[in-house]
Write a protein that binds this ligand. Structure first.
Ligand code: ZN
Length: 331
């Protein structure tokens, strides 16, 4: 079965490795995800995030550009196996040619420096989705980040801590340009600001269900319903903290297939089958999930089947819904 995954942090992990003198490649590496194992796993498309931690970088835009360059360098070297895509037609061409596709996303809206011209420049470089925040407050809005709230993973900002004025302006510019709005990491107030201001479908590329696991990075039932009603998608995140109720740091057992399936069942019940997708977060999560490497991602199918999903539904979650979303919204 084909695989489409809406989020991984492999490019930023490669960049970090290079900075410490290790020259890792996208083709074959010791991380969770590389091209050789993606081929084994049956991948059709992987979204690669240019992820920037604004606490660690002096120049967030430069850090982002470096990763975009790395994305093209690595996909260019491996054009026998994968090709970068900016449109659905390019994805279809890769499919016909038997090549995998790589889609570029941005994780940290601060890279645009509240300037829509920079957003359009990054769109021109091929980025097609962007989270408005990562874990830090930025010029666009506020995040939901567990560490902000100590032990209580459920405390969230009051609703007024949503999008800032520049965040609303940026959202409008994103929709005009064709940059898909990604609400993963955003505060609850920010989510509802996007929901009220957005005119186009939006997605949560790597978030789970809060009713199953009470964590601020997960979505409430109301959020799931709104994303689904608008034709958006939700990528199931393999990070154990978002999967397992009561998880505490120090519990090193990674997320299990059954836990992922439990979140899928809940999201199906609340939002329907058509909003479910994958957003593994490979190479962005500390505790490796049960399918530690991307080559083993197909092992999810058996657990999903045992958990009450039909073959048609499994197809929708593993690639069909994401494919439909990209077909309708990539431009
Ligand atoms: Zn993330």
């Amino acid at each position: 079965m084909k695989i489409i995954d809406l989020h991984c942090d492999t490019i930023s992990s490669l960049r970090r490795a290079r900075k410490t003198g290790k020259s890792l490649s996208l083709r074959e590496n010791p991380l969770h995800l590389d091209l050789r194992r993606m081929r084994q796993g049956g991948y059709a498309l992987q979204t690669f995030a240019a992820f920037v931690d604004s606490d660690e970088e002096e120049d967030v835009l430069a850090a982002c550009r470096e990763q975009i360059a790395l994305f093209y360098e690595e996909t260019g070297k491996n054009s026998d196996w994968i090709g970068p895509v900016k449109s659905f037609a390019e994805y279809e061409e890769n499919q016909k040619a038997g090549r995998m596709s790589a889609l570029l996303s941005l994780e940290e809206g601060a890279v645009c420096r509240e300037n829509p011209d920079i957003l359009r420049e990054l769109y021109g470089l091929g980025a097609r989705m962007m989270t408005l925040t990562w874990n830090h407050e930025n010029g666009l809005g506020y995040p939901n980040h567990a560490e902000l709230f100590g032990e209580n993973h459920l405390r969230v900002w009051p609703e007024e801590r949503g999008l800032k004025k520049a965040g609303f302006t940026m959202l409008e510019a994103m929709e005009e340009a064709g940059m898909l709005a990604d609400v993963s990491h955003l505060s609850d107030g920010g989510f509802w600001d996007v929901a009220s201001a957005a005119k186009r479908p939006f997605l949560a590329s790597h978030s789970n269900a809060r009713a199953v696991t009470p964590h601020v990075r997960n979505l409430t039932d109301e959020m799931i319903r709104v994303i689904a009603e608008r034709g958006g998608v939700i990528g199931i995140n393999f990070c154990v903290a978002f999967l397992r109720p009561g998880w505490q740091p120090g519990d090193s057992r990674g997320g299990t297939r059954e836990e992922m399936t439990a979140h899928m069942r809940h999201i199906r019940k609340v939002g329907g089958i058509d909003c479910l997708a994958l957003g593994s977060d490979y190479d962005g999560i500390a505790e490796a999930p049960e399918m530690e490497e991307c080559s083993r991602i197909q092992t999810l199918c058996e657990t999903m089947e045992a958990g009450g999903f039909s073959t048609r539904e499994i197809e929708k979650i593993l690639y069909g819904n994401a494919e439909r979303f990209l077909k309708e919204n990539l431009r």
